[in-house]
Write a protein that binds this ligand. Structure first.
Ligand code: DMJ
Length: 457
């Protein structure tokens, strides 16, 4: 993204030469997929792009090594999809030994249901439907378990019985990327069923999770907020929202619900202004953090970036500057940037998650880099949930197989026997003006209202 080809080439070489997944290590299927598999695939796509829009990112004598590594990793994750009665995967797998004997049968919706983008890309690059098939089966299994009454899904499910252990339906932890990947899978692969599921889910979210006035930027009543409810009854379950939920305005931008996105984003920005960070959980009734740490999460920056792309309103450059300054002031440490242990006390933890680089920094950089190749018309990119770039490309539109959901039993057997393992395959920041001179995207009384709601004034 920064166009630094020599560093990119060095890093790719280092990964090829030193990384092995043949490790006696138990990983989370979701995290290994979005962080590791996703980055390998993204780098492979960039290296093999015939247009090379970021500069010369080709690797001398490249022989699809990153794709081979992605394949190797995905095969090691496949045991998570075996011996599960519902098709919903186990949450953890040992890279050498498969699912640990004492494995937990409970998993969260986001963890089990947001593997389709990476697994689908891998399948389509390899011409092997296995990976997409298992990921899609998991999505469909979760989808079939939604409540008959509300259409909502819970946040924790038993993969053998299909019973909801966590009945909370919300947009944050445990649920977030499930919704994101329904839409992004459609954008990438163009499968109608993904869009239909997304549209249905979005409608149910609007009907049961959204509180506050109908038109977000005008009229009487409270500004809109998306709350956590019981999936079967739609009843409010608690009075907190979490910082992960701040991705939702970005998703709303992708489907063109920009007005609502502007309003929800403003609510999160008000919380950020109060603390210089987003607490992991914020209690909107008590106007105080319920869980006070901030692990350098990207969601607010991500939505800010997407809203700027959609509106070109300089207000979002100001928000980005504000976030950047808070990060510099409160989280900078000797060797990197540190998790805030407490957003009020500004104490730090010795921990910098990889999503700080792959998402938080990337979205901030892109927000200010108007001329980046990512933004050039003709270049079409999508971000995975971990911020990895993939081109929206014809080659992901075509599945080379026709049989994806025919002969399910046969495929399940093959997955079990690992028969499908062997596959052959040949800034500009200076322009940012003073806040008061912005054209605010929202009416100023709205801004005052949410500032009051979060105890800023
Ligand atoms: C990232 O790992 C991904 O965005 C994931 O979907 C949930 N959020 C974290 C960062 O906060």
């Amino acid at each position: 993204v920064m166009g630094n080809s020599s560093e990119f080439q060095k890093a790719v070489k280092l990964v090829i030469d030193t990384v092995s997944f043949d490790k006696d290590s138990t990983v989370q299927v979701f995290e290994a997929t979005i962080r590791v598999l996703g980055s390998l695939l993204s780098a492979h796509i960039i290296i093999t792009d015939t247009k090379q829009p970021f500069g010369d990112m080709t690797i001398k004598d490249y022989d699809n090594e990153l794709l081979h590594m992605a394949h190797d990793l995905a095969v090691r994750l496949l045991p998570a999809f075996e011996n599960t009665k519902t098709g919903i995967p186990y949450p953890r797998v040992n890279l050498k030994r498969g699912v640990p004997p004492d494995s937990n049968n409970e998993t969260c919706t986001a963890g089990a249901g947001s593997l389709l983008v990476e697994f689908g890309i891998l399948s389509r690059l390899l011409g092997d439907s296995t990976f997409e098939w298992v990921a899609r089966r998991a999505v469909k299994a979760l989808w079939s378990l939604r409540s008959n009454n509300t259409g909502l899904l819970g946040n924790v499910v038993n993969i053998q019985t299909g019973h909801w252990v966590g009945k909370q339906s919300g947009l944050g932890a445990g649920s977030d990327s499930f919704y994101e990947y329904l839409l992004k899978s459609y954008i990438l692969f163009g499968e109608q069923e993904d869009l239909e599921m997304f549209n249905d889910a979005y409608r149910n979210i609007q009907n049961h999770l959204r509180r506050g006035r109908e038109a977000c930027n005008e009229g009487e009543g409270d500004p809109p907020l998306y709350v956590n409810v019981n999936m079967f009854t739609g009843q409010l379950m608690n009075t907190w929202i979490d910082s992960l939920q701040a991705f939702f305005p970005g998703l709303q931008v992708l489907i063109g619900d920009v007005e609502d996105a502007i309003c929800l984003h403003a609510f999160y920005y008000a919380i950020w202004k109060r603390y210089g960070a987003l607490p992991e959980r914020y209690n909107w009734q008590l106007q105080a953090p319920d869980v006070p740490f901030y692990p350098l999460r990207p969601e607010l920056v991500e939505s800010t970036y997407l809203l700027y792309q959609a509106t070109k309103n300089p207000f979002y450059l100001h928000v980005g500057m504000d976030i950047l300054h808070s990060l510099e002031n409160y989280t900078k440490a000797k060797c990197g940037y540190a998790t805030l242990h407490h957003v009020v006390e500004k104490t730090k933890e010795d921990r910098m998650e990889s999503f700080f680089l792959s998402e938080t920094c990337k979205y901030l950089y892109l927000l200010f880099d108007e001329d980046n190749p990512v933004h050039k018309s003709g270049n079409k990119y999508m971000f995975t949930t971990e911020g990895h770039i993939v081109s929206v490309d014809e080659r992901f539109r075509n599945s080379l197989w026709q049989d994806i959901f025919s002969g399910e039993d046969d495929r399940a057997e093959k997955v079990k026997s690992n028969e499908l393992k062997a596959v052959n395959f040949s800034s500009n920041c200076n322009r940012v003006p003073d806040e008061r001179r912005y054209l605010l995207p929202l009416k100023s009384n709205y801004m005052r209202q949410i500032d009051r709601m979060v105890g800023l004034i």
